[in-house]
Every structure is written in structure tokens, then in C-alpha cells.
Design a protein around this ligand. Sequence first.
Ligand SMILES: *[C@@H]1O[C@H](CO)[C@@H](O)[C@H](O)[C@H]1NC(C)=O
Ligand SMILES: *[C@@H]1O[C@H](CO)[C@@H](O)[C@H](O)[C@H]1NC(C)=O
Length: 502
Amino acid sequence: MASRVPIWFMVVCLLSLTGVRAEESESKEFVLTLDHSNFSDTVGKHDFVVVEFYAPWCGHCKNLAPEYEKAASILSSHDPPIVLAKVDANEEVNKDLAAQFDVKGFPTIKILRNGGKSSQDYNGPREADGIVEYLKKQSGPASVEIKSVEDASNLIVDKKIVVVGIFPKLSGEEFEKYTALSEKLRSDYEFGHTTDAKLLPRGESSVTGPLIRLFKPFDELVVDFKDFDVAASEKFVEDASVPIVTVFDNDRSNHPFVIKFFNSQNAKAMLFLSFSSDIADAFRSKFHEVAEKFRTEGVSFLVGDLEASQGAFQYFGLREDQVPLIVIQTNDGQKYLKPNLEPDHIAPWVKEFKEGKVQPYKKSEPIPEQNNEPVKVVVADTLQEIVFNSGKNVLLEFYAPWCGHCKSLAPILEEVAVSYESDPDVIIAKLDSTANDIPNDTFEVKGYPTVYFKTASGKILLYDEDRTKEAIIAFIEKNREKIEKEESGKKIEKEESGKDEL
Ligand SMILES: *[C@@H]1O[C@H](CO)[C@@H](O)[C@H](O)[C@H]1NC(C)=O
Ligand SMILES: *[C@@H]1O[C@H](CO)[C@@H](O)[C@H](O)[C@H]1NC(C)=O
């Protein structure tokens, strides 16, 4: 399943269409440099190899580089040696390779096993010692045997989900299925097995198994499960390891749970408030009550500290003066917002949401007071009016403020707009996609800039030609439609100029 973790949460650089080339440093020794030409051959020779996809301009990659190199040097003397490699995914020739591994941000690190036949995400730390420890564990057996209380306390540590199989003997069908489960989920959880439940810190100690016991640092702390079918036990582990309320703050040890939260198929209810405020406890305990009630009804719950949530606020178009607030995001991309709420509002509002009584919320920049530049500014709240209901031919650019190709296109679009200024039937417009929600069933915007043309009668065409003034004008001339009735055309135009100063 592709990850649904939102970009605002990930500690990565976004894939950018405008990579800047940086200087290669020459002093690297232990990390193998791979590219499209030798990737398969090299990976094919190893049972276990780690590959970092990076971009030279990405700051998070630069921070990782010396740690990764140090880890590679330590792990080169591990028995057997563990190989760390890297691929410059910014290089045009390596982009297919990166796409094959679903690289969406940098750095993306993958663990490849069996000569590259299986691959999993590296979810470990980003400093040398942590990387070394994590990879040693990953390259060993997926589940470790617990033979003493000390083994148990080494494995079952705070802040981690740990799964332990309890068996009368370490063989047989259940044990094999458990081993398969541990291999499948090893990158996300710690696994152990034992023949003696008394060694474990929590749970009924008289059991002999076969039994799967999950330890977690929240809620009921320990849960048992008896079905060894791999699909059933996988679902058990996934479900049991989601907190009733996930906490999002600056504590990185909570982040694996945040990732799980976003990967869930449920609607996602997020309460944002300042954890240091006096009212935080009252809110959190009410929210927890609501979560216990609705978690079985397809809603997951997260409480986020305002201090850690700038990215989320930008993404959802929220403001600090709306805090405390709840935003619910559903899988069809709709959002629902309850700003400035009181603890007692939480339950009734979530109930109303479940009953379909809450109107979706749309992120929009404010409607510009002045809109008299040649290229008109469209925001989410004026999209209907300017683009769909104007009855005109509209060329609309979806851009991002940070995008270099958009900056290059801007003066060209401006020239096009100037040449249509005296033509009442054609509008040239732009919309900041990072600050406005757009209906994704009408416009598919995967990269920036994306340019669409809506004809007077409402046909939607993707502009996929050269980004030159001549080509754009030729396209408009080829596809523009006459405005049907003089009368109604004029009428619409009048209404609009009254409202928008178009
Ligand atoms: C793979 O090819 C690149 C480019 O030719 C080279 O820099 C790199 O050293 C090669 N790596 C290996 C392991 O052969
Ligand atoms: C677009 O919206 C539809 C339904 O509204 C949803 O199923 C789909 O996942 C959305 N696609 C993206 C890329 O957000």
C-alpha cells in the first residue's frame, strides 16, 4: 500500500521539479555510489543492502550524509558486512529507478533483501549509532528468543510496540506462522518469542501458548491474541498498535504512531491546541472519551500540539486564532472544521459529522480586493465564479510559490494576458495550489506548473505544449469558443465586474 503520510509531517525534502545541482564531495569511502547502470548488479549480489535515495540540494540529506557514512564504516566490519549505498535520485538518468521505489521525498531509505527481491522502508534513526543498531537488528533474525528476564527487559522497552510469541515448544505450525509474521512486519515492530511467559514483564504469566502477546506503551499496555493465521495476526498487530488517541508533538518517539495514524483507512479527526495551556488536560480527556466511542466507527483520533503543527496549519489553511480546533479529513479528500471549540463541543460535533450534518471546509486564500493585473488571481472561493460560471474562455495556471518553472512561466503568461486584455472573452488566470483547495475530479495537478484551459462552454483541456507565448496563444486561438449569446455574455460580464473588478 502506498503511504498516505502527508508531506507536512515528513522530515524530508519534497521532490522538486527544479533541483539545484550541488558540488560532489570526494572524500566518501564506505557508502557505495550506485546509479541506474550498476544498481541491479550490485544489489543482486547482496542478501541485505541499504539504499539511500537522496538529492544533492536537500538539507536533510546533507545532515544525514556524515552519519550514514560513519554507520557504513562501522557496519563494514560487521559479520557478515552490511552494505550501505546511495543513489542520486535528482539525476535524470536515475529517476526511473527512484520511481520504481516510490521515492516521493528525500532522503528515502530502503532495505533490500534477497538480492533486491524484497524491499521495505527504513524507519530507523538518522544518526550513526542509531543506524548501526537498527541495521544490525534488521539484518539478524526477525524474532529473537527470550530466555531470561534480562532478555525480556532488553526487548520490551518503553515507547515501542513489541510482539512476543509464547509457545510450548519452538517448532510446529503456529511457530512457523509466527516467524512469517515477524519477517513481514519486522521493520515496524520488535518481535520476540519464548517458551516461558513468566519472563515477560506484563500479562498473564501462567499461559503456555501458543499465544501472541503485544506490549504497547499506551492504553491497555498488553493484549493477547490466539489466531496465528498470518493475515489475522497481522491485522491484530496493526489494530492493537494504534493508540486510542495518537499524540503529535515534538517528541520523535511518538512519530511512528503518527505515521500509522495517517496510513489508516479511517477518517482522521485531529484536535490541535497548545499542550502547555491550562485547558489542555480538559480537552484531551474529553477527546479521549469521544475517541473511545467512535474508534470502532471508522474514525481515528490525533491530538496535536500547536507548537509542532505549523506544517499542518499551512497544509489545512488554519490559523492560530482558531485554536483549539478539530479538523477531520476523510478519505475522499474532504475536510471538516470546528474552530474555537470548548471541551463539551467535541462529542456533539463528531456525532453531527458522523451523521453527515457538517458541511465540508475548503481552504482558500482571501478573495483579493484588487484583481486588475493582466493575469487574474483565482482563489478557491472564486473558482466557481471566475472559471466555471463566467461563460468565458479561461486559461488557468496552477502554481506553487517555490516552483522555479512557475517563476519562468510567469512573465510569459503575463505577456499572453496583456495581449488578451482587450478581449472580453478570454481570461488568463493563476491559482496558488498550495494555499487553495481545488476540486480534484476536475483538475489533476500532480506537478507545477499545471495549466488548464476551460472553454466558454465548459470543456476542460490540459495544456501540454511548449511554455512559450506563441504556443499558448496558438492553443487558445485553436480551442477558444465563441460566447453563445451576446446578451447573456454581457450580462454575466457586468455582474462580475461589479463584484470582482475583473
Ligand atoms: C556505479 O556507477 C557510477 C557511475 O558510473 C560510479 O560512480 C559508481 O562508482 C559505480 N558503483 C559501483 C558500485 O560500481
Ligand atoms: C480526489 O477525490 C476523490 C473523491 O472525491 C478521491 O476518491 C480521490 O482519492 C482524490 N484524489 C486525490 C489525489 O486526492
